[in-house]
Design a binder for this molecule. Structure first.
Ligand SMILES: [Fe+2]
Length: 387
């Protein structure tokens, strides 16, 4: 029987195609006048950021745009964005984009409310005050960052990712409008979708999984397995886009409250070192870490939930070891179907770096909830197997 636990979710959410149109009426309730919209160059050049500013002006909000967000946002980006925020003094900040924009926004919001530098907040619940209010308009499916207590910033000096887990960083309003996800190319749809799948799998295998997080993680796996291949094959399939928006959100709630594990710890190290897409690193590592964790008999039992959620049918469900093997095979099949590279060697990763990478991964905050203990050597072995 599990002890008492805390569950965090976002209080106001807008979902579905066209959900952005519901935002102005909500913003009006707060009486804000100034916002900083934090986004990337693509969303700025394609006019989406302008559309968002128009929506904000319907709520009588004057907005400024920062469009310098890049994948795997760095401390330099946070500092650049902060210097603009100090000047314009926004009452709230708006993230427009995927995990990188939302994580940048969380970092900026925490520093604005607490002072100091972003490096001061690495770790678990390091801030004192709640972030400046954040509106997250999500355009990928995804990181689930709009609903989690997590954000990740790359420390350029150390070439490593800082993991922040902080209940003060949670956004106030989340928008998951499938229409904004329509233009994602196949490779981004596949990689971000597999990130969400990894969140759900790691949440189920986490040491801190609860019936609440299992419920969301199981539904997320089932939905991603069904709709991700459709969304990746045909970006205009709005039913698939919409279901992926819900699924990645459910996976986000699951991992935000259960924690992650060794896939993310190892992927953070890879992403920080080589500036590789987060979802791609997870997708390549996921079957190998499942295999590592599944060698523990008590963890094998948990694979029955994953087996069932993947829609696998058969008597293997009753044999934990078999349900683990079949779940891993199905995850590999899904990645292949999505055109995701199979091995780390395909990502131009250098084998000589494995010891350094494992050194970063073993200290990553996500390791604390991994299903099974892992030494430095264990992690090097998993990198080797994935190579
Ligand atoms: Fe992730």
């Amino acid at each position: 029987m599990q002890g008492p636990c805390r569950i965090n979710t976002v209080s106001t959410n807008f979902f579905g195609e066209g959900a952005l149109s519901l935002l102005p009426a909500e913003i009006k309730k707060y009486g804000y006048q100034t916002a900083l919209v934090i986004t990337d160059k693509f969303l700025y050049d394609s006019g989406v950021a302008g559309d968002v500013c128009n929506k904000l002006s319907e709520a009588n909000v004057h907005s400024y745009i920062y469009n310098g967000v890049l994948p795997n946002p760095t401390t330099d980006i946070i500092n650049e964005c902060l210097s603009i925020a100090y000047e314009i003094k926004p009452e709230f900040i708006v993230a427009l984009g995927g995990g990188s924009a939302i994580d940048t926004c969380k970092a900026v919001g925490i520093v604005l409310a607490n002072g100091g530098n972003i490096e001061d907040y690495e770790g678990i619940n390091k801030s004192k005050n709640k972030s400046l209010p954040i509106v997250a308009i999500n355009t990928t499916a995804g990181t689930g960052s709009e609903v989690t207590t997590f954000y990740i910033i790359t420390d350029k000096k150390r070439s490593s990712k800082m993991v922040m887990v902080d209940t003060n960083c949670m956004v106030s309003i989340a928008v998951n409008d499938a229409a904004l996800m329509r233009s994602m190319p196949k490779s981004l749809t596949a990689a971000t979708g597999m990130d969400a799948m990894t969140h759900a799998v790691e949440a189920i295998l986490s040491k801190e999984a609860t019936p609440f997080t299992d419920k969301d993680a199981v539904w997320a796996i089932r939905t991603i397995r069904e709709y991700l291949p459709r969304a990746a094959t045909n970006g205009e399939d709005m039913e698939a886009r919409n279901m992926m928006a819900y699924a990645q959100y459910a996976a986000g709630i699951a991992f935000s409250n259960a924690g992650l594990g060794m896939v993310h710890a190892m992927a953070h190290a890879l992403g920080g070192y080589y500036n590789l897409p987060h979802g791609l690193c997870n997708a390549v590592l996921l079957p190998h870490v499942m295999q590592y964790n599944g060698r523990d008999k008590s963890v094998q039992e948990r694979f029955r939930l994953i087996y069932d959620a993947l829609g696998l049918k058969g008597t293997d469900y009753f044999i934990p070891y078999r349900s683990m093997v079949e779940s891993i095979n199905d995850i590999k099949k899904l990645s292949e179907q999505l055109g995701i590279p199979e091995r780390l060697s395909d990502l131009k990763v250098n084998k000589d770096d494995f010891e350094a990478l494992a050194g970063l991964a073993v200290k990553d905050a996500c390791m604390s909830t991994n299903a099974r203990e892992a030494s430095l050597q264990d992690i090097i072995t998993v990198y080797d197997k994935a190579y």
